[in-house]
Ligand binder design. Structure first.
Ligand code: DAH
Length: 357
């Protein structure tokens, strides 16, 4: 018999068939429980009508046909059963609606063997890495590391370094001028003057930092790049000291097989001056496209500090002499790590940077 039919029958007839009031209400409760258990969140509202609806609900029918129709002596028992089921089904429906609205509860335990969320690690930028490689070579030789201002005066950037006023580097094509006669330094050499002005020889110094030139960006030019400069001032320094120091440096930086070749050159702030080529790190000197089949690549400029520069810095050129060398750190990084475009270093592309982890 369906649950609807059962609640439509008078209680005495049902009891004549062998049912007890307790058994009748128990069968109602069981039917109710199984319907609530199977109902979807949306189905719970119609379930409330079906069971607790005032006029046509199943409990209203039981109230009518079982409780009201019960003989007087049965009424206390049936009334208690009727009330208990009404309270129970009301509370159970409310709880089911609340549970359906709450977010799904995590049923499984945490699995500690699963990998955690990926934590992206940073990488040392290739320029910084090249800088650290250079400093690791010069620090044990007794060199101090200094950084000077990126905004310079005309005096420190050019005049004190013995540039004639009509030197092409002074031209606005290369130099980025600011207000009030200030400029963005075009090289790190002005720091030589600043250091010599403020401290007495013997001096051994590495200067590094950003420099700026009004260049159109391409694979080998960036309007901002990094230079590194080393210089030493003392009473007995010779060109042989410069050669020995630089040979030691390039062998340690590029590898023990690296040879250095000194070619006469010109810089306003050194005399004599030289440019240094090293055996091509890509073909070890046998000749390739990168070294244009010469086996050598030019990497730095150097020379003996011009007596005029010592004088501008307040040092007596009769007593002191010094050597200096400078190069682009970006270019060193490119040669050492096989990077073929300087602009890659300034685009912040993490796919590029991640290669230097
Ligand atoms: N300052 C030069 C430049 O920017 C590089 C340079 C050449 C620095 C020779 C030096 C040096 O100290 O001796 O092109």
């Amino acid at each position: 018999m369906s649950i609807e039919d059962k609640t439509r029958l008078p209680i005495l007839g049902l009891m004549a068939d062998g049912n007890t009031p307790e058994g009748l209400y128990e069968s109602l409760r069981e039917a109710f429980e199984s319907e609530v258990g199977a109902a979807s969140a949306a189905g719970l509202e119609s379930l409330r009508n079906r069971w607790l609806g005032r006029r046509s609900g199943l409990l209203a029918a039981a109230n009518e046909n079982w409780l009201k129709a019960a003989p007087r002596e049965l009424k206390p028992v049936v009334g208690r059963l009727q009330n208990a089921l009404r309270r129970h089904s009301d509370a159970a429906l409310k709880a089911a609606v609340k549970a359906a609205a709450a977010p799904a509860r995590r049923t499984s335990e945490v699995d500690p063997t699963l990998p955690g969320p990926a934590r992206p690690f940073g990488a040392v930028h290739p320029v910084r890495r090249a800088l650290e490689d250079v400093l690791r070579i010069f620090r044990p030789l007794g060199y101090n590391v200094v950084e000077g201002p990126e905004i310079e005066t005309f005096f420190y950037n050019f005049e004190a370094l013995n540039f004639p006023p009509d030197h092409p580097a002074v031209d606005e094509m290369d130099t980025l001028f600011l207000k009030d006669g200030m400029l963005l330094r075009t090289h790190t050499s002005p720091c030589q003057v600043r250091v010599m002005e403020s401290s007495q020889p013997p001096l051994r110094c590495v200067v590094h930092g950003k420099v700026y030139r009004n260049d159109t960006p391409d694979a080998t030019h960036s309007p901002m790049f990094h230079q590194l400069e080393m210089f030493a001032v003392d009473e007995t320094i010779t060109f042989a000291d410069l050669k020995g120091t630089l040979e030691h440096f390039v062998r340690n930086f590029f590898g023990p097989g690296t040879r250095a070749r000194f070619r006469p050159s010109y810089f306003p702030f050194t005399e004599p001056s030289a440019e240094v080529d090293i055996t091509c790190p890509f073909c070890s000197g046998s000749g390739c496209r990168i070294c244009k089949h010469t086996g050598f690549i030019e990497v730095l400029g150097c020379g003996m500090i011009d007596p005029e520069v010592l004088r501008h810095s307040g040092l007596d050129p009769e007593r002191y002499r010094g050597f200096a060398a400078g190069f682009g750190l970006d270019r060193f990084a490119m040669l050492k790590y096989g990077i073929d475009d300087i602009l890659l270093m300034y685009q912040g592309d993490t796919r590029f940077l991640a290669q230097f982890r």
